[in-house]
Write a protein that binds this ligand. Structure first.
Ligand SMILES: C=Cc1c2[nH]c(c1C)Cc1[nH]c(c(CCC(=O)O)c1C)Cc1[nH]c(c(C)c1CCC(=O)O)Cc1[nH]c(c(C)c1C=C)C2
Length: 839
């Protein structure tokens, strides 16, 4: 017996739950699924039934909507479907699929008047054990939840009308779920239900046929007959589409995957695997007893409380690949612990370069044109910059025979040597701790590198980008579009847009802890810490599997996939000990990719505001030796993103009306308080330092390329002395630090030196040839050295496994598929051959 459709409280377990609080419209209905075979249903199959076999009156209603609503700039359904098709995004009943797991599918769309999300979730029935009762399986129910955020009056008016029909649609659920409930496996296999292979049009390329899911096929087949018989064109197409895709998401034989290295890359790889292949068995090997790698935050006692020191990265940006870290904030429930530094705050506006003997503030639009121009004309750090930019337009392009060039040589040729030595080298210190005359222009500045040949110069490239859109790889454009359809908590989204960077109250280590908690809770993830890997080699018939031998174990473990999140040096050590084929080879798998060592010295002084307001300063290569004999790369003013007790004191808040703050929060609006924002305000604003009176917290960064070839590095004591010497000369800080921490990070930042791209291509070829798709690589040594880039490479590598592509992780190197993307307003038509994105 099926129960009737009933309204239920909004499901807490739905991925939509962060959106409930600020929604304009929200409802949730449940219908009990029959017990028999209910293990076979996937949320995807049910969602397709629910959405795609809607009654005739609904089709008519949609038609009327499509005729009327475009007048108000609302997209017709054909356009929504066409846009999704064009972008390769799957749809259910024209609506883009935003998220899909075995137990929940979310569809939705952002439009000018409203954003809507609908979740189809399968969960244990809240009515207790129901169903036929002959298999002893507890009953399950389907919960459909709809959440709408309106952007204005039109949205509100629209939803008021639609609500009526929405309820009518919901009452139809029972009919659809019954269609799947009573089919049997035998029926599923019967001739009239059979969907032949030739009818299936895979939506993604390289779909392998070896992982058919009998369970998914049964669920699918069991819902298919009525629709197929009715000859419903759209429905039939969707079912076939699903049949093709179902093979990508589940498999009889769970994937057995090893990840080498449990730093941020390894952990996030495991996380994305648990999302994409929930049944996969995952083993993480980590050589040290600690997980998290370079992300390492330490709470240190001081006289009036505790302060937080970061040994490695300390803040993350939300743009570009940063969207993945921001998603983790939402998915791991960390947003409530985040501190966001406001775009208009001093940290964002005040960035300095130390040249020749003072800190010079970099131009910012908020300082006004006259101040910026005056600074540029009078400060030696800008010498040659204005002229360099003006003359760049007329500078001849390089010969196309030049394969790569250093950043210094490239920009030196186009802009002049002074801007490189006094400004650009400082930026490269802040990101790569690297040498402008060794780092590769082709790898670090691919857009400018290509623009020189294709448009005649950097400025010309900028103008073309203004007119035709930004030039990015197709892979990148696809990623941006996919991210665009993520179901953001509107408040988090608004906060990210308004802020330049974020951190967490317990430091970025909390990201590692959040991932670890998730993985431990998942059940099929095994951590092997203090287990350095000694050997990785192909095994099985024709190298169909791959073995991992860890130190201290006698026998290797066999896996279907290995993902290396190790450094190239480390990976070479475990892959060259014995060849994957019968012959032994000493050629390393990955050609040498150098890395630099950085020493971070964190200091806390009792006196507040010892540094000017701002993010910190960078020291370029041109700064005279006597101003930087310590070979420092720069100093970070950590207090800039660490709210002071004053900021947390309610009496000092710019807006003190709690009901106003609460209302704004519930409406999805953002209110900043003293240059910071917290998602949990006004209840409990976050701060990293738990002290009564804030002092000054800074980090001095030493070494990098300056230490190239050094046989040994400074000790902790020497590092502290060097850092104090820098601070005394540059900031006149003479006092004893109340707390300090010194960390030597050996070979921590890979250097993409001239020829980097070729080295990656070689590595790709060797991986392909020697490991035949069983070994993939991810990490910061290929396409970006930051935490955000690590997340991105983890994301890409997991996607290739999910899509059954035998890849190495280096496919995207030197891709020649470029497209231009341009910001489009919702509702703007997308021209043929143009990809539009508002990301
Ligand atoms: C801790 C040392 C690091 C240095 N570079 C990086 C790290 C982790 C990597 C990196 N740093 C920055 C970027 C650009 C993208 C971004 O997230 O902003 C990357 C990939 C920028 C940056 N540089 C510094 C800071 C505080 C930031 C913001 C992000 C972060 O927390 O790292 C300062 C800084 N970093 C380094 C030096 C020598 C330095 C000097 C002041 C090396």
């Amino acid at each position: 017996m099926l129960s009737t459709v009933r309204a239920v409280s909004y499901p807490k377990e739905s991925k939509l739950s962060p959106l409930y609080k600020s929604a304009y419209f929200i409802d949730a209905f449940a219908v009990t699924l029959p017990a028999k075979r209910h293990k076979d249903y996937t949320a995807d199959a049910l969602a397709r039934v629910v959405f795609s076999d809607l009654p005739t009156w609904f089709t008519l209603l949609m038609w009327i909507r499509d005729q009327v609503m475009p007048i108000f700039s609302v997209k017709p359904s054909t356009e929504i479907q066409a846009a999704a098709d064009k972008q390769g995004i799957e749809t259910i009943c024209v609506f883009p699929v935003l998220s899909r797991e075995d137990n929940e599918v979310i569809v939705g769309e952002n439009d000018s008047h409203l954003d809507f999300r609908t979740s189809v979730l399968i969960r244990e029935s809240r009515l207790g054990a129901v169903g036929d009762g002959d298999d002893g399986v507890r009953g399950r129910e389907l919960v459909a939840t709809t959440v709408v955020h309106c952007h204005g009056l039109l949205g509100k008016a629209y939803i008021t009308v639609i609500k009526v029909f929405h309820v009518m649609i919901v009452s139809e659920f029972e009919r659809y779920t019954s269609a799947c409930g009573y089919s049997t496996p035998a029926a599923a296999l019967s001739a009239d239900l059979h969907i032949s292979q030739s009818q299936i049009r895979p939506s993604r390329s390289n779909v392998h046929d070896d992982s058919h899911s009998s369970s998914t096929r049964l669920a699918l087949s069991s819902v298919a007959p009525a629709m197929l018989r009715r000859g419903h064109g759209l429905t039939t197409r969707l079912i076939r589409h699903h049949a093709a895709n179902s093979r990508l998401y589940s498999t009889n034989e769970p994937h057995n995957i090893a990840i080498l290295g449990a730093g941020i890359t390894g952990l996030s790889t495991a996380y994305y695997l648990t999302q994409s292949l929930p049944s996969a068995n995952i083993t993480l090997y980590e050589s040290s007893p600690r997980i998290g790698g370079w992300l390492s935050s330490h709470r240190v006692p001081v006289k009036d409380g505790t302060i937080l020191f970061e040994a490695g990265p300390r803040t993350l940006r939300p743009n570009g690949n940063g969207v993945l870290a921001a998603r983790l904030l939402q998915e791991l429930g960390l947003a409530k612990d985040a501190i966001f530094a406001q775009r208009t705050g001093p940290a964002a506006k005040n960035r300095y370069v130390y040249y020749p003997d003072r800190m010079v503030r970099m131009p910012h639009p908020s300082f006004g044109l006259s101040e910026n121009i005056w600074n540029m004309l009078t400060e030696p750090v800008f010498a040659g910059t204005l002229w360099g930019v003006a003359s760049e337009f007329f500078t001849a392009a390089r010969s196309d025979s030049v394969q790569d060039e250093s950043v210094g040589d490239f920009f030196g040729r186009r802009l002049g040597k002074q801007p490189v030595d006094r400004l650009l080298s400082a930026v490269l210190h802040g990101i790569y701790a690297g040498d402008a005359y060794q780092l590769s222009a082709k790898s670090l500045f691919p857009t400018q590198w290509h623009d020189e040949l294709q448009t005649g110069g950097i400025l010309r490239g900028v103008l073309k980008a203004q007119a035709d859109g930004r030039r990015v790889t197709r892979h990148e454009a696809d990623f941006l579009l996919e991210m665009k359809y993520y179901a953001w908590d509107p408040l988090l989204k608004a906060t990210l847009v308004e802020n330049t960077c974020w951190t967490l109250k317990d430091g970025l280590q909390a990201l590692v802890d959040g991932l670890t908690r998730h993985l431990l809770g998942h059940g099929s993830v095994t951590f092997k810490t203090s287990s350095p890997v000694e050997e990785v080699k192909l095994s099985g018939q024709n190298g169909s599997t791959i073995d991992v031998l860890a130190k201290g174990t006698e026998k290797p473990e066999t896996y279907r996939h290995v993902i290396s999140a190790l450094s190239p040096t480390h990976l070479n050590q475990v892959t060259t000990s014995s060849s994957t084929t019968s012959t032994t080879t000493s050629t390393p798998l990955i050609p040498t990719i150098p890395a630099v060592t950085v020493m971070t010295v964190n200091l806390y002084f009792r006196t507040p505001d010892l540094n000017p307001p701002g993010f910190g300063y960078l020291i370029p290569r041109a700064t005279p030796f006597e101003q930087n004999p310590e070979r420092a790369l720069g100093v970070v003013f950590d207090t800039a993103y660490s709210p002071s007790p004053k900021d947390l004191d309610f009496a000092n808040w710019q807006i003190t009306d709690t009901s106003q703050l609460q209302a704004a929060r519930e409406a999805g609006q953002l209110i900043n308080v003293n240059d910071f924002a917290w998602l949990n305000m006004p209840e409990r604003p976050n701060a990293q330092d738990d002290v009564k009176e804030r002092g000054t917290k800074v980090t001095v960064m030493l070494g990098g390329h300056w230490w190239d070839g050094w046989p040994s590095f400074p000790s902790e004591k020497e590092g502290l002395a060097l850092a104090r010497s820098v601070l005394e000369r540059h900031l006149n800080i003479k006092e004893e630090p109340e707390a300090y921490m010194v960390n030597l990070q050996s070979d921590c930042i890979p250097q993409y030196t001239v020829g980097h791209e070729d080295r990656l291509k070689t590595a790709h070829g060797r991986l392909q040839q020697q490991y035949k798709g069983r070994l993939r690589v991810a990490g910061n040594w290929m396409a970006g050295v930051g935490v955000n880039d690590c997340l991105r490479s983890a994301w890409d590598v997991v996607r290739s496994i999910k899509d059954n592509r035998d890849e190495t992780g280096l496919e995207k190197v030197a891709t020649d598929e470029w497209v231009r993307i341009k910001a489009v307003k919702p509702g703007d038509p997308v021209k043929e051959g143009e990809r539009g994105t508002t990301v």
